[in-house]
Ligand binder design. Sequence first.
Ligand code: UD1
Ligand code: CA
Length: 484
Amino acid sequence: MSVPRPAAVIVLAAGEGTRMKSKTPKILHELCGRTLVDHMLTAARGLEPERLIVVIGHERERVGAHLAQTSPDAQTVVQAEQKGTGHAVRVVLEAVGAVDGTVLVTYGDTPMLRTGTLAGLLERHAQDGNAVTVLTAEVPDPHGYGRIIRDAGGAVLEIVEEKDATPEQRAIKEMNSGVYAFDGALLADAVKRVSASNAQGEEYLTDVLSILREDGHRVGAHVAADYVEVEGVNDRVQLAFARKVLNSRLLEEHMRAGVTVIDPDSTWVDVEVTLERDVVIHPGTQLHGRTTVAEGAEVGPACTLTDTVVGEGAVVRNAVCVEAEIGPEAVVGPYAYLRPGSVLGRKAKAGTYVEMKNARVGEGSKVPHLTYVGDATLGAGVNIGASSVFVNYDGVNKHHTTVGDHAFVGCDTMLVAPVNIGDGAYTAAGSVIDSDVPPGAIGVARARQRNIEGWTVRKRPGTKSAQAAQRAAEAGDQQGSTSE
Ligand code: UD1
Ligand code: CA
């Protein structure tokens, strides 16, 4: 299919979106890791337009700043007062001048619209030599939309808004999506002639169709194959619906590319997530941002990964990971929290109830249970005993700990940073280590044990503990006497 490049795409996004009931402007609400308006811009970019223009108004500083960041290729035009869709387009053309060639107009709140559907509209527009072609859809419930009025032969006559429609017109199920391909020069002229004498006192862009038709130009329509695509987002119910639709599309692409998704209904992925072949995603998993999962890795159940890299064949279960790097064949969880800067080498392990932050864990090193590793560098083949803490914070500053290759940190060791544990060194269980342990040495930093005989019976007389102690003492005596 050869689709002519549009001269411009104009995205109308000046409205307030009151039904979102939000401090955040409607078009900046996110779904699948991208805002509403950026979804539309991404679809528009697929057409390679010569110019990309966004009409902003409500909260224009915030929206403008956002677009400057995410879409520097888009030009913004301010519509200070929202006096209708026709007014919005007029404001653009007054600001940038008439555009020669095809102008595509669309909205900032239709994130489900695909490039392919827009291309279909452009193709029809070019093939039929229309002055304007409107994208329409047959919907089960057209309430609130403009209706497409056709003559007996099926030619498009005009678009009538719900509020201006007769009961017969309201019964029409073919709705105006609000997306159009226009001849730029004809649009520039016609949009100046749109009046505001209608139920809402607005300049309707829809009126351009009847104006052009009355001028003797060809007016056409292209019916979208899937009406869901043209549905906009006006409230949070529709936002959730659109998110579900986009998420299913993304998952479908991943599955077709060789990813196993055990439960698509409870799996959520952002647009920029990459998953290689033979990845398995278990239920209840959310992959956000630029998370990448390499071949054969398993993620889930119940994982939330943000901007995290998972290496080949790694296994990540019941974990929350943010800006972490999990090496090939490494194991994470169940119940682990990897915070930014956690880097696990090949076959490393961050096990159950383990939290890490800014920590490099070398190849094959294991942190299996109940441990906090913060601000640390661990060599290869290290073992960190259960219940150990890298004591990195003195209340004012954070300090670093290094643990050498094949070091063995005993259970319940407090490593008070800054401190270094040498290659092949050990620490005794229960030690508070605040000085370096040289390579090959064992650091013992705990009180020596002493037992006070008969303490329970003397100090806790009559308790079950004392009775148990007494029974043990008697059994011991008997054993002692029989063996004599
Ligand atoms: C519009 C169409 C209607 C169509 C529907 C599809 C008109 C007159 N009606 O109605 O036929 O079925 O869209 O959703 O065009 N906007 C601006 N500036 C304005 C007014 C609107 O930028 O002055 C933007 C809004 O931010 C929004 C879009 O244009 O993204 C649509 O505006 P809205 O007021 O929602 O139009 P509808 O009444 O829904
Ligand atoms: Ca609307």
